[in-house]
Write a protein that binds this ligand. Structure first.
Ligand code: FE2
Length: 325
């Protein structure tokens, strides 16, 4: 399947104005707004949609998490396909055992094996190529006779989606099998039953989908990651969000699976949101790693700016509980 990545995400939100303000602070471009909805674009042309949580045309809530995190959530993730033939092939495959509907614009809608609403559409994204960062290191002048660009604070605008993450209750294998065998996703790293990092069939992102096992029965949407220009933009965006009153979940950190430099914040529209840069690029020929998250010394990251977060495990991932919960 020639699927390229996340194309569009639709949230159902309890407080629309708050969710709009949040995503404007996040640097997305507001392109349309009504009393009941708002539509945003990322730099590459992929989209985010906010709807009131009681909108009758939204797919149902499919989430089991802590109560204060269930007021608003993602209602549907649309995956981008390279061509119409791929969308048609997905429709034919999913129609074998579940309902598939088609919009006037050709977008198809269905559900995955955990009832997460999903769709597929021919991608409208612009392929972007940025210049490599100019940095000096010991013995290397990557930026001769120039100050660093990041000495000037700038507004950050996320370029593209990288991945979404779903909680999977107990055994993740059936869900892994669904995405690999039915939709052509590829395994990048396998956390031995603790979860699986999957990339779309036509993607070099380390993962476009992380299925994270949860032994407390959680299921449904957990977080979405956006790519920004470089490490400085991760820090600038995270700091900008905090300055506007939004709360950090974890970060900044350097992951030891996928390598990304990341900062996570709570999202009033649902779950968490992640700004990242410098994530691993994976090509065919990569050998799937089997990683045991219970191994001694494994923390999920090599360092964190907030040592109190070191050792945070999935079941405690929502700590601290927001004061307004
Ligand atoms: Fe992530």
């Amino acid at each position: 399947m020639n699927i390229v990545g996340v194309e569009s995400i639709t949230y159902g939100v309890e407080d629309l104005e708050q969710a709009i303000r949040y995503h404007q602070d996040w640097g997305l471009t507001l392109v349309a707004k009504t009393d009941a909805s708002a539509d945003f674009e990322l730099v590459d042309g992929t989209t985010l949609h906010l709807r009131r949580s009681d909108a009758p045309d939204l797919p149902p809530v499919n989430l089991n998490w802590l109560p204060h995190l269930m007021k608003s959530t993602v209602r549907e993730v649309i995956w981008g396909a390279a061509d119409q033939a791929t969308v048609d092939a997905v429709a034919a495959e999913l129609s074998k055992d579940r309902e598939v509907t088609t919009d006037a614009d050709g977008t198809i809608h269905s559900i995955d094996n955990l009832n997460n609403a999903m769709g597929f559409a021919v991608t409208k994204r612009k392929e972007l190529t940025l210049n490599l960062p100019e940095i000096n290191t010991v013995g290397n002048s990557g930026r001769p006779d120039k100050p660093a660009e990041a000495t000037i604070r700038r507004a950050v605008h996320p370029y593209r989606y990288v991945h979404v993450v779903y909680w999977v209750p107990e055994d993740t294998q059936a869900t892994v099998d669904f995405y690999i065998n039915r939709l052509g996703f590829k395994m990048t790293d396998d956390m031995t039953g603790g979860g699986a990092f999957l990339r779309c069939g036509n993607s070099i992102d380390h993962h476009n989908l992380f299925l994270q096992r949860n032994n407390d029965g959680y299921y449904g949407f957990q977080h979405v990651a956006y790519e920004v220009k470089d490490l400085d933009e991760v820090a600038m965006l995270g700091q900008h969000m905090e300055e506007n009153g939004w709360r950090t979940n974890v970060g900044p950190i350097r992951h030891n699976i996928c390598s990304s430099f990341s900062w996570y914040l709570w999202n009033p529209a649902g779950g968490a949101i992640e700004a990242l840069s410098d994530i691993d690029h994976i090509h065919d020929g990569w050998e799937v790693r089997t990683i045991d998250p219970s191994q001694e010394g494994f923390y999920g990251h090599s360092w964190t700016a907030n040592p109190a977060h070191r050792g945070v495990r999935p079941a405690q991932w929502v700590d601290p509980i927001p004061e307004d919960a």
